[in-house]
Design a binder for this molecule. Structure first.
Ligand code: HDE
Length: 709
């Protein structure tokens, strides 16, 4: 072969090279839209050619001296760090916390002293079981980890969206995690609990029963991170300036109310948009619709702890809000997306042991175990004890530590002082930092005594009463979803005795639940109730705070309407819908046969947000179907358009339909079934009535019609 060597560059790359300037900040290139900096190596050496490695002759071999090639590949080879063992898939955002009032009477924690003063925060939401590349709408617990950069150091409140946990002792954590994650021989299934190992473990672990009710409930398939609650789970302590302690449980209450999807919808969302939750949070923040949660506190003293029916140290129990009300004391707002996913969301390191003066631990055995695990795991994941130097992890208040050196050190103390006590003064490069006997952190001096033993306290022994309380606190619709979820999951379990064993636990929770699940599984014989250490208490009252449907929003704010439109769509109706959505704080997304958009009846152009098959109705909260008369038949013959309608109907969504939508509704099989959740949109006035109807989120009355089996 012969001829001039080929540069390897695309024409557009040549275009960017047109003018080269040498400015103060080094060489820059003129590119469309301004100046781009010159590409350099890690050492700052300007790169002359990034398309071709250095070769001997035109056709190789490669020269080892090509430091740019070697550095580039070397760095690339090391781009990955181990993913988190649990909570691998997550999404974070920045924001702030702001108290409504001073809590000085109960805690000296600096962030709670001055009403309205903002403390920077970083929050990472996550799923637990799936790997980093799994999908967002797994049936799973969601992590809700909050790092608060207070003036007295970082406080990490590493919580979940479910207020209890599977196990009572941290020593069982590796077992529950091994059981739920992919099975070790085959490496699947991932991001789901619907397999033998998980149900084998929990059905052999009665303390997990209550948690299985929570994860079979719609709490485990939230519509958005923005619409879910968060919980610190354990009892903690607040300590005030005079050393008095109060127990506290932390809650995050979403300002937009709670909302979940239905399971069949979740299955389809995972295919349509595996990034559904992260995209939702990103879009909301980028649109300036900042998600917000109120911090709620359940405060109680030793006397309450003594008389409460369960042990306040048992992490498989809640304290019902009706018994200890949640006091809302401030708000958490997320108002900034990360600049770089890896640097911030991946490298953020939450540690439960990060608490500040005014906050302390309780003896919850899960919390105590976590205090070891988090620090340990960060060292493995981030590779150096200096992970605290990373900008996302470093305190934002002044800090002076005598800890030094180690891999990747980039903030060492200056001067001669690196031990304590020392007698160096200013002239010697000191003085070094000193302890603060009054203002510094002191553990609350609780009295502890006892014989050293491996035991489970007697007071942790009731595993079913609160599971029952959770079940009876749900609306009928929600109870139905719990039954369906158990049936779905246990139907994926291949070993019949595991299915039966789980039903034997449900018999201790509620006979109706056990019967419905057994029936859904077609168990031919009802198993006897599982042996129970304590009989189930049937006197615990229902707790309405535990239902999602009873705690939904009072507006359609933050939700999305998907409008299926064609050429000739009624322009006035579209304008009215836009207006109604804007007034409500909802988003209107246009779905069209082609992504370029459609021409409305008055000749205006409507850009499409999605082509029909890329924007199925599962990714929105309500739909409107507005084909023009001319396009109605064509749209009705399109399978994805029919799915758009039939899925919306099956998932109990509100459906608004225009004058010419009938052919599509007929082909989608819903024309004969139109109900109170299907609203005609014939005049512009109908648009606002439709959005108002959507405030109920779903037309649950339809569910018995679409879910018979
Ligand atoms: Fe975690 N958990 N956990 N956990 N957890 C981790 O730390 C652990 C538990 C929670 O977005 C790990 O950095 C033990 C309860 C969240 O980065 C690890 C026990 C609650 C996150 C770990 C528990 C949580 C984690 C893995 C039982 C709710 C993600 C990676 C004693 C209150 C934080 C990491 C993020 C992450 C240990 C139980 C919440 C291995 C030993 C209960 C939100 O350290």
């Amino acid at each position: 072969m012969s001829g001039e060597p080929y540069s390897g560059k695309h024409d557009s790359a040549r275009y960017h090279e047109q003018t080269i300037n040498r400015g103060e900040g080094g060489e820059t290139h003129q590119v469309a839209g301004g100046e781009a900096p010159v590409l350099t190596t890690q050492q700052g050496i300007p790169v002359g050619d990034d398309q071709n490695s250095l070769k001997v002759g035109d056709r190789g071999p490669l020269a080892l001296e090509d430091f740019h090639f070697r550095e580039k590949i070397f760095h690339f080879d090391h781009e990955r760090i181990p993913e988190r063992l649990v909570h691998a898939r997550g999404f974070g955002a920045h924001g702030f916390f702001e108290p409504y009032e001073s809590l000085a009477d109960i805690t000296k924690a600096d962030l709670f002293q001055r009403p309205g003063e903002r403390t920077p925060a970083f929050v990472r939401f996550s799923t637990v079981a799936g790997n980093k590349g799994s999908f967002d709408l797994a049936r799973d617990v969601r992590g809700f980890a909050v790092k608060l950069y207070t003036k007295e150091g970082n406080w990490d409140l590493v919580g979940n969206n479910i207020p209890i946990f599977f196990i009572q002792d941290a020593i069982k954590f590796p077992d529950i995690v091994h059981a739920v994650k992919q099975e070790p021989d085959r490496g699947f299934p991932q991001a789901q609990s619907a397999h033998d190992n998980f149900w084998d473990f929990v059905s052999l672990t009665p303390e997990s029963t209550a948690m299985t009710l929570w994860i079979m409930s719609d709490r485990a398939i939230p519509r958005s991170f923005r619409f879910m609650e968060g919980f610190g789970v354990h009892s903690f302590r607040f300590v005030n300036a005079v050393g008095e302690s109060t127990f506290v449980k932390f809650h995050w209450k979403p300002k937009l109310g709670m909302q979940s999807v239905v399971w069949n919808e979740a299955l389809k969302i995972n295919g349509a948009d595996p990034d559904f939750h992260r995209r939702d949070l990103w879009d909301a923040i980028k649109a300036g619709d900042y998600p917000e949660w109120e911090l709620g506190l359940q405060l109680f003293d030793d006397a309450f702890a003594e008389r409460f029916a369960f042990d306040i140290l048992d992490p498989t129990k809640i304290i019902p809000e009706e018994e200890v009300p949640v006091r809302r004391v401030g708000r958490l707002v997320l108002d900034r997306c990360v600049d770089n996913f890896f640097a911030e969301t991946e490298q953020v390191a939450f540690c439960t042991q990060n608490i500040v003066p005014g906050i302390d631990f309780s003896n919850d055995p899960l919390l105590q175990g976590r205090n070891f695990s988090y620090l340990d795991t960060q060292l493995k994941r981030l590779g150096s004890p200096n992970f605290t130097h990373l900008p996302i992890n470093a305190p934002k208040c002044p800090f002076h530590t005598l800890q030094q050196d180690g891999h990747m050190t980039f903030v060492n103390p200056t001067g001669r002082v690196n031990y304590e006590p020392n007698s160096w003064g200013q002239a010697d490069g000191g003085p070094g930092p000193r302890e603060a006997p009054d203002a510094g952190f002191h553990s609350w001096p609780s009295e502890e005594a006892g014989r050293k033993r491996r035991v489970r306290p007697e007071s942790f022994a009731d595993h079913y009463s609160q599971a029952r309380q959770f079940y009876i606190s749900q609306t009928e619709v929600e109870q139905g979803h719990i039954v369906q979820a158990y049936v779905f999951e246990l139907s994926k379990v291949e070993t019949p005795r595991i299915r039966a064993r789980m039903v034997s636990h449900l018999r201790n929770v509620h006979e109706d639940l056990a019967k419905a699940v057994a029936d859904g599984l077609r168990l031919r014989e009802m198993p006897p109730p599982a042996d129970a250490a304590r009989p189930t208490r049937e006197d615990l009252p229902s707790s309405p705070a535990l239902s999602i449907l009873l705690n939904g929003p009072d507006s359609f704010h933050g939700r999305k309407v998907g409008a299926l439109v064609t050429d000739g769509v009624d322009a006035d109706l579209v304008a009215a819908l836009k207006d109604a959505c804007e007034q409500e704080g909802a988003m209107l997304k246009f779905v069209a046969p082609r992504i370029g958009g459609v021409e409305a009846s008055n000749g205006t152009w409507i850009e499409a947000d999605e082509k029909i098959d890329g924007g199925p109705s599962v990714v929105v909260d309500a739909v409107v179907v507005l084909p023009s008369a001319a396009e109605a038949a064509l749209l009705a013959s399109e399978a994805t358009a029919r799915d758009f309608v039939s899925d919306a109907f099956a998932h109990c969504k509100f459906i608004g339909y225009g004058a010419d939508a009938m052919p599509l509704l007929e082909k989608a099989g819903v024309a004969q079934e139109l109900d109170g959740g299907c609203l005609p949109l014939n005049t512009t006035g109908d648009a606002s009535a439709f959005i108002m109807a959507c405030r109920k989120l779903r037309h649950w009355e339809r569910e018995p019609k679409v879910k018979q089996v």
